[in-house]
Design a binder for this molecule. Structure first.
Ligand code: GUN
Length: 304
């Protein structure tokens, strides 16, 4: 049986670390860090994520400001709000929740955020610093995953790492961070020929594709560390019956509740082969928010 990598517990430790640093700032007469979250429209999943971020701010002593704009906002209105937050000396971090409603250009919005306040680490300046291996604000999910892997004592030097997925938010920055730790890194994706064989080479497999249960037990090298970044909701009973063959409780929840959360990896199958696995929920999700709080503190300390 694989070890379960408790992302929630590690995220709580990261949040406690942020709280200690925030308390120390305030005790020294400095201001608490301040995160501004911009939410455009009414995507239900985005509202859930933003609530989680605001809760983490409350827990760590970070001030949070929520700016809501209607779904029919123009690009000029979004840009104007970002400009205003860029200029506000009391704001350390700006997060524009994605996806933006149809018709709005998220790249344009993200590029407008001042790099020093870009707590998502999505601005080309911060992405460039990461590419060069220099300090900067780095994307929250991969940096928090690296933080956890190091805390668990996983040596990455010389290991084969496969990152499944090539997004700017997770796949590409994750690959760069693993490379920085001297892993031999492959980025695999939907066009990769014989994906199962490529994944089977991995000592460390990071799945970030957003396809429920895509990674089967047979894709995993015995003893590998598996990090599941996917957060998917499955409602289809046929699919659920396939991917939850080794997770009767999930299948039961799907049948009784009409839907269930799962990752990109078939957790029950992975538990029989891997050395360690992150669960969904309770794995990478909480780590991302903890990474955001770390970045907000970092942005604040760099500014004052
Ligand atoms: N939507 C889904 N994930 C993210 C993220 O990491 N940052 C932002 N801003 N929006 C998201």
């Amino acid at each position: 049986m694989a070890q379960i990598l408790d992302g929630k517990a590690h995220a709580d430790r990261m949040l406690a670390e942020v709280k200690t640093a925030v308390d120390a700032r305030v005790a020294a007469g400095k201001r608490a860090p301040c995160l501004a979250v911009v939410l455009v429209g009414d995507d239900p999943a985005s509202h859930v994520y933003v609530r989680g971020k605001v809760k983490a701010c409350l827990e760590t002593g970070v001030r949070s400001l929520e700016h809501r704009l209607p779904a029919n906002s123009t690009q000029a209105q979004v840009d104007a709000l970002i400009d205003q937050l860029n200029e506000d000396a009391g704001v350390d971090g700006i997060l524009v929740q994605l996806p933006l409603p149809k018709g709005l250009d998220s790249k344009q919005a993200l590029h407008r955020i001042a790099p020093a306040k870009d707590v998502d680490g999505f601005h080309p300046m911060n992405q460039g610093l990461l590419l060069e291996g220099l300090p900067g604000l780095r994307p929250c999910t991969p940096s928090a995953v690296m933080n956890m892997l190091k805390a668990y004592g996983f040596e990455m030097k010389g290991k084969r790492a496969v990152v499944l997925g090539r997004s700017e938010i997770v796949g590409k920055p994750m690959a760069l961070m693993l490379l920085e730790e001297h892993a031999t890194v492959t980025i695999a994706h939907s066009r990769t020929v014989d994906l199962p064989s490529v994944c089977r080479e991995a000592d460390l497999l990071v799945a970030a594709v957003g396809r429920p249960g895509m990674v089967e037990g047979s894709w995993i090298k015995p003893g590998a560390v598996v990090v599941d970044v996917g957060i998917n909701r499955v409602e289809d009973l046929n699919l659920g019956t396939q991917i939850f063959a080794k997770e009767p409780k999930k299948l039961e929840t799907l049948k009784t509740k009409g839907g269930v959360l799962c990752g990109d990896v078939r957790f029950g199958e992975a538990m029989e082969v891997a050395g360690a696995v992150t669960p969904v929920p309770g794995g990478v999700g909480p780590l991302t928010i903890a990474g955001l709080m770390m970045n907000t503190l970092q942005a604040c300390e760099a500014r004052s």
